[in-house]
Ligand binder design. Structure first.
Ligand code: SAM
Ligand code: SF4
Length: 328
């Protein structure tokens, strides 16, 4: 394999792009959009053509893994067309999406047929009442059916994202462990991140990731070696479990050293860090096919502004009001 073209000033490579396609979401997760999505400004999200031009530019720079996210990406009426348009770009080797699982049970087949191969579903509690309290929706059973269907269809990997929340789901570790024991699922706990709008919530519910690590190690789980191209997650395996348990702990020391991803917002801004100071709009370079080279040069130039680390420890969250606005 050749050296990836996208390399920043600290020697980090970027084979992976997270592409937000909408800010809109139908859930009200208490740490993200507690009052639901409210329109602010025009909803002129990237068009299919703009998305395809972006993906062409990034594949030309060596990016091969793409994740569609949001907001809730599947809420876009043209979601399947977007998937097909991205999947057909030469150089796209892995096309994934992150979803709250809304309609997964009904639509997983069409997602796969359109070209999606990997899925992350967000589930913060396996207790239906607690799930409803956190997300505002009593939909846990149908989401779990959707996950089973994804496994049957052949999505790989199937991952579950669980935001670790003190006093809301931290007592469920054993239930989560049991849940993946007989399923080839990678369940990842994500440390709650502080954003512009969730300070009080963060102070009440943030739990450092080492709490999970200590309990896993005590239960005979072992840290697995990182595979090539792996991002900042630590993954733990157990001889008696088909599934794995992971941890994404942005507040841990050295988290940023393994950063391998860039983000594009739903309106076409390049975000070098989830917690950076805003994005750099690329939209003016997405209007015609013959802008490809300029677009690629712009991406290469901007990458040199990527900093070594975020500054979350100093309470600096960047200007991200919540993760729905930039694609978590
Ligand atoms: N709506 C989709 C979903 O929930 O999967 C995709 C977008 S959502 C912003 C992506 C991921 O970010 C979800 O797994 C969600 O739980 C996580 N997330 C959102 N806000 C967060 C926060 N403040 N801290 C940690 N994770 C967060
Ligand atoms: Fe919506 Fe995802 Fe945010 Fe929940 S975490 S409110 S599903 S964007």
């Amino acid at each position: 394999m050749h050296e990836p073209l996208l390399t920043d000033g600290f020697g980090r490579h970027f084979p992976y792009l997270r592409l937000s396609i909408t800010d809109v979401c139908n859930f009200r997760c208490s740490y993200c959009l507690p009052n639901g999505y409210h329109q602010t400004g025009r909803e002129d999200f990237l068009t299919i053509h703009e998305i395809q031009r972006l993906v062409r530019a990034f594949t030309g720079l060596g990016v091969w893994k793409f994740r569609l996210t949001g907001g809730e990406p599947t809420i876009r009426p043209d979601f399947l067309d977007i998937v097909s348009a991205v999947a057909e770009v030469p150089g796209v080797r892995k096309l994934a999406f992150t979803t709250n699982g809304y309609k997964l049970r009904d639509r997983a087949n069409s997602y796969y047929n359109a070209g999606l191969r990997a899925v992350n579903v967000s589930i913060d509690s396996l207790d239906p009442h607690q799930f409803a309290r956190i997300t505002g929706h009593e939909r846990l059973p149908e989401i779990l059916e959707g996950i089973d269907l994804c496994l049957k269809i052949g999505f790989h990997p199937v991952k579950i994202n669980t935001v670790l929340l003190k006093n809301l789901n931290d007592a469920e570790l054993d239930t989560f462990i049991q849940f993946v024991a007989d399923k080839p699922i990678s369940l990842r706990f994500i440390e709650l991140m502080r954003t512009g709008e969730n300070k009080t919530y963060f102070d009440q519910h943030h739990l450092p990731g080492h709490y999970i690590v200590e309990r896993l190690l005590a239960g005979g789980w072992c840290l697995q070696e990182r595979s090539g191209g792996a991002g900042p997650a630590q993954e733990f395996g157990h001889p008696q479990s088909l599934g794995t348990i992971g941890l994404i702990a942005p507040y841990s020391k050295d988290f940023c050293q393994t950063c391998n991803r860039l983000r594009i917002s739903a309106k076409g801004a390049l975000h070098l860090c989830l917690f950076g100071e805003g994005g750099y709009s690329l939209r003016h370079l997405l209007q015609a096919d013959d802008q490809l080279e300029k677009l690629q040069q712009q991406i290469l130039d901007l990458l040199q502004y990527k900093k070594s680390s975020h500054f979350l420890h100093q309470g600096i969250t960047g200007i991200t009001p919540h993760l729905a606005s930039i694609g978590g």
